[in-house]
Design a protein around this ligand. Structure first.
Ligand SMILES: Nc1ncnc2c1ncn2[C@@H]1O[C@H](COP(=O)(O)OP(=O)(O)OP(=O)(O)O)[C@@H](O)[C@H]1O
Ligand SMILES: [Mg+2]
Length: 254
């Protein structure tokens, strides 16, 4: 089982979109993938069609684990209409940011719970909130890899260097953690700025930068609004094409 966090502290750069559609592309290829919503905004849960707050969710299970009562992610799994199993989030998860702080092993609570899944899935993909708080730290401490989506609209390098600083600190807790790479989202080949961002990133991070770019595609946003992945929603869109290609590159890097 390989665990991947989709994380970067900047908001709105495609973390949730990448979680759903990379997972959906792998699922379509017959890989077994679990997605975990670790963001109290619950965008991933909403985008996979979960409308009412599920009774069991990441927060209820984290709370049990924090109290030493054996939290069980399997118990909270919902089978969404895209076929992807999901551990959903609710707004209550926001409370975990504070509650985790005073717990022994606070960085590793989620890692202990993911360990209990004991290879039931080939991949576990965690959608992180846009901040480096206890939830993101827990996700990274439970992961083999981190993937950072970056918007190609402006130079994302400052945020990236600050993220890498936190990354190195978390690597001391979780030695297996590696950067899988950065992927540019909302990419437009015609815009000079976008091409410049790509070249500058490649200059700084070499082959960590994915060759696949995710183009701007309104169908990606529409699929999310309708509660499903891009392949279910519009299999012929640029979004479906790009995320399929990303999944191929992803598998070649893993
Ligand atoms: N390639 C794309 N083309 C067009 N729209 C996109 C693309 N990627 C994401 N979006 C849209 O942009 C918005 C933000 O994307 P998303 O929710 O994936 O970002 P995020 O990094 O998860 O945000 P947050 O930090 O708030 O969790 C969403 O409405 C999404 O549908
Ligand atoms: Mg998100």
């Amino acid at each position: 089982m390989k665990v991947l966090s989709i994380a970067i502290q900047k908001g709105g750069c495609g973390k949730t979109t990448t979680t759903i559609n990379l997972a959906a592309a792998l699922h379509k290829e017959g890989r077994s993938v679990l997605v975990i919503d670790a963001d109290p905004q619950a965008s991933l849960s909403l985008a996979l069609g979960v409308r009412d707050d599920p009774e069991k969710n990441l927060y209820t299970e984290l709370l049990k684990e924090m109290k030493g009562e054996n939290g069980d992610l399997t118990d909270a799994i919902i089978y969404t209409n895209s076929g992807l199993p999901l551990v959903p989030a609710t707004i209550e998860l926001a409370g975990a940011e504070l509650e985790l702080v005073s717990i022994y092993g606070r960085e590793q609570i989620l890692a202990w719970m993911i360990d209990k899944l004991s290879d039931r899935f080939e991949f576990v993909i965690i959608d992180c909130p846009p901040a480096i708080g206890m939830l993101t730290v827990n996700a990274l401490a439970a992961s083999d890899y981190v993937l950072m989506p970056l918007q190609a609209e402006y130079l994302p390098l400052k945020g990236l260097h600050s993220f890498m600083h936190h990354f190195k600190a978390i690597q001391r807790i979780n030695k297996k953690l590696q950067v899988l790479g950065m992927v540019l989202t909302r990419y437009d080949e015609r815009k000079t700025m976008n091409r410049e961002v790509y070249h500058e990133l490649e200059h700084d991070f070499g082959d960590k930068v994915f060759r696949t770019h995710i183009r701007s595609n309104i169908q990606l946003a529409r699929a999310q609004e309708s509660g499903t992945d891009i392949f279910n929603f519009d299999d012929t869109s640029n979004g479906a094409h790009d995320y399929k290609e990303l999944s191929v590159e992803f598998l070649s890097k893993i």
